[in-house]
Design a protein around this ligand. Structure first.
Ligand code: NAD
Ligand code: IPM
Ligand code: MN
Length: 349
């Protein structure tokens, strides 16, 4: 029987609440299948930092690297907590994992499931995937400030875009579009960010020549936010940089029934490093510890994880159970655990 070594990082806030449900569904989906998930739990995040002062040690990273995949809840403490002033859990933990494990594909599917409580009056069919670059852009931490705290302070945050990094994410987007509705939309801001923008555009045009069946579209990021609300059905695969992709995918979550449904994969397609699956949302300190969080995003992240591991049937069963649950959920209030139990039950049935 196959053993999959899974690193589980529940994290902070609602992270442990939604991961508990995601694990129930994972267990239900793989029960009796001959695949065993050998799980290691890593206590990382704001809570760990407050206890030990560590964010992600080399030993943690080495241990995580030994796994086949990672399931993460969310990290981040309560905003304004003075004890976390110097911590930066997001950079030191989440981004460090994405960079060190070369998660260059940040895959964020958006699908409007029947019955999902979207805010749009006439949403049409929404089914697109944002292929967000995960290791470059303004996220690299290439910046600095001088004359700090003075009226003449200068604070720079450089966006790093390499031809290597852009080409590999663009190729991934085109390959994905070939398996879908064969449309790629590049989202950037080429009218202002001319250096990075012209390189992204050129690489998209070059790769497009190898994919004559794929329709290529371009939108400036500001206009893309309009169409995500007025005509989301026009999108199939969106390829974009790290920061634009971050912003677009919260909006995409909102138009497809809420951030509680939005799943993601941080993928290292070459398989040299474990890929990491997590909801798009954060630790939601405003509702943490109250069983109010929707675990569906974490559960759909399990479906992405199963799919990534080649466990297609198991992934499909999770997705179908979520679809059925969303279709039937209506407006009745359920706890995080009630939603997880219902979906896990449907997966097993
Ligand atoms: P957030 O996504 O945590 O919350 C935004 C809003 O969405 C809140 O009102 C929250 O209650 C709601 N929400 C989020 N997830 C929900 C769910 N599953 N069900 C129901 N409602 C949900 O974003 P934020 O408030 O900007 O960030 C909070 C903390 O999380 C910050 O420290 C941030 O840096 C961190 N963060 C971490 C990750 C991650 O670990 N992957 C992602 C995003 C934000
Ligand atoms: C996300 C989050 C992260 C990001 C933060 C917490 C670093 O917002 O996963 O979308 O910006 O990528
Ligand atoms: Mn985000």
């Amino acid at each position: 029987s196959r053993v999959v070594k899974l690193a589980v990082i529940p994290g902070d806030g609602i992270g442990p609440e939604v991961i508990a449900e995601a694990e129930k569904v994972l267990d239900a989906a793989t029960a009796g299948s001959g695949i065993r998930f050998d799980k290691t739990r890593f206590s990382l995040g704001a809570a760990r930092y407050l206890e030990t002062g560590d964010t992600l040690t080399d030993a943690d990273l080495d241990a995580i690297r030994q796994h086949d995949a990672i399931l993460l809840g969310a990290v981040g403490g309560v905003p304004g907590d003075p004890r976390l002033k110097d911590a930066n859990i997001e950079r030191g933990l989440l981004l460090k994992l994405r960079f060190e494990l070369d998660h260059y594909v940040n895959l964020r599917p958006s699908k409007l499931y029947a019955g999902a409580p979207g805010p749009l009056a006439e949403p049409g069919d929404i089914d697109f995937v944002v292929v967000r670059e995960g290791t470059e852009g303004p996220y690299v931490g290439n910046g600095g400030a001088i004359r700090k705290g003075t009226p003449h302070e200068v604070a720079n945050e450089t966006s790093v875009n390499t031809a290597f990094g852009v080409e590999r994410i663009v190729r991934y987007a085109f390959d994905l579009a070939e398996q879908r509705r064969k449309k790629v939309t590049l989202v950037h801001k080429t009218n202002v960010l001319v250096h990075a923008g012209s390189m992204w555009k050129r690489i998209v045009d070059d790769v497009a020549r190898e994919h004559p069946e794929v329709d290529v579209d371009y939108l400036h990021v500001d206009a893309a936010t309009i169409f995500l609300v007025t005509n989301p059905g026009r999108f199939d695969v969106i390829v974009t940089d790290n920061l634009f992709g971050d912003i677009l995918t919260d909006l995409a979550g909102a138009v497809t029934g809420g951030i509680g449904l939005a799943a993601s994969g941080n993928i290292n397609p070459d398989g040299a490093f474990p890929s990491m699956f997590e909801p798009v949302h954060g630790s939601a300190p405003d509702i943490a510890g109250q069983q109010k969080a929707d675990p569906t995003a974490a559960i759909l992240s399990v479906a992405l994880l199963l799919d990534h591991l080649g466990l297609r049937d198991e992934a499909a069963r999770v997705t179908r159970a979520v679809e059925a649950d969303v279709a039937a959920r209506g407006t009745a209030a359920r706890t995080t655990a009630q939603i997880g139990d219902a979906i896990a039950g449907a997966v097993q049935a």
